[in-house]
Write a protein that binds this ligand. Structure first.
Ligand SMILES: *Cc1c(COP(=O)(O)O)cnc(C)c1O
Length: 364
């Protein structure tokens, strides 16, 4: 059983996607074509901010957003100790230092109560990750940031479409970053990403940064990068966009089925009030992960572990000076988390097979 079934997705939307791609081929505007501009406008509207800037990937969205802050070497960016490696990588690639904070064991997101004690004179921003498709407490984060004169950036690479207090993920901070990697909630058929911002000056700056730092007159104002969302990817995503809310609804329905069947045998995702989770991943916690994985394997069911290593314990992070024991909840989560198949085309009958294996083998 597939973890994510992108083939069924394509078959369902085939006509729309083919027409959309064909239009790009006929137009010949492969870079910054019409579809890129339309996607930027449509997604900014969906997110609820004036500006969307298409870039080459989610990682690049993070890097370029951080570069908007004009960081100096040694500046510190606070982020969660439990995320995909790109969150920390983007900070390091900008010459800044990631400062990790432990997570809330119920949501896997940054423990907002511990942010303040991580702030120093060198802290410039909080990079908050909406992990697995659930936003952290952005009101609390924004409050801490305002008091301490910090910027807030969202890593919304897994959470496009999620809602926090009636507002959409990626529209909750100064710079909201998302990814169109195929398996993300709004995936393309290759790499791509977007930055969202309410700030006109930052939007202009991002438009330069993604194009080698060149302004409209072709003058290099700042060292930039080559970070383009190509027109064919934008056309694929545009064709899929009308189906997004239906897909998210389907994901939530499957998540409810999992939760009601599994909550007695393992920890199922917690959804705080005033949030909608998009289940980019369906992450449970089990006390006996190796045996559960073996059972899934024996039953030909795909699974994933996101993430088996917290950010501070990767060898590349060694120079940052962290050690085992520094972030006990992130470390515990790394040992217990297990992601189950979830995608809009997962049939109830297949989900029932997953459920019966988990019910039989999982221990808290
Ligand atoms: C996928 C992901 C990224 C990186 O996105 P890419 O488009 O693959 O570069 C960054 N952060 C998180 C949390 C992600 O899940």
């Amino acid at each position: 059983m597939d973890f994510i079934d992108l083939k069924s997705q394509y078959q369902r939307y085939k006509n729309d996607i083919n027409v959309s791609i064909q239009k790009v081929l006929d137009d010949g505007q492969y870079i910054y074509g019409e579809a890129v501009k339309r996607l930027e406008a449509d997604l900014a509207k969906y997110v609820g901010v004036p500006y969307g800037i298409g870039v080459a990937s989610g990682t690049s969205a993070l890097t370029l957003s951080l570069r908007c802050l004009d960081l100096k070497p040694g500046d510190e960016i606070i982020t969660s100790a439990f995320s995909f490696i790109a969150t920390a990588e983007a900070i390091v690639q900008c010459g800044a230092k990631p400062v990790f904070v432990d997570i809330d064991p119920k949501t896997f997101n940054i423990e907002t109560n511990q942010i303040e004690s991580a702030i120093t004179k060198k802290t410039r921003a909080i990079l908050a990750v909406s992990l697995f498709g659930l936003c952290p407490d952005f009101d609390a984060i924004q409050q801490i940031a305002s008091v301490n004169n910090l910027k807030v950036i969202e890593d919304g690479c897994q959470s496009f479409g999620a809602e926090y207090n009636g507002r959409h993920s990626c529209g909750l901070s100064l710079l909201g970053c998302t990814s169109f990697y195929p398996s993300k909630p709004l995936g393309g058929y290759g790499d791509g990403g977007m930055v969202f911002t309410p700030d006109k000056r930052l939007a202009k700056k991002l438009q330069m940064l993604r194009m080698h730092g060149l302004n409209e007159d072709g003058i290099c104002m700042t060292w930039g990068d080559n970070s383009r969302l190509d027109t064919i990817q934008a056309a694929v995503i545009l064709a899929k966009l009308p189906y997004l809310n239906g897909e998210l609804k389907q994901r939530r329905m499957l998540a409810m089925r999992y939760a009601s069947a599994l909550k007695t045998v393992c920890q199922v995702p917690h959804i705080p009030a005033d949030n909608t989770h998009v289940f980019g991943q369906y992450a449970i916690r089990v006390g006996n992960r190796d045996s559960v994985i073996q059972a899934l394997q024996d039953n030909q069911i795909s699974w994933a572990v996101h993430y088996h290593t917290p950010l501070h314990l990767h060898p590349a992070a060694r120079p940052l000076g962290y050690a085992l024991g520094d972030f006990p909840e992130a470390e515990k989560a790394s040992n217990e988390v297990l992601c189950l198949p979830i995608h809009p085309f997962l049939k109830n009958s297949n989900q029932d097979k997953v459920i019966s294996v988990i019910q039989k083998y999982a221990r808290k």
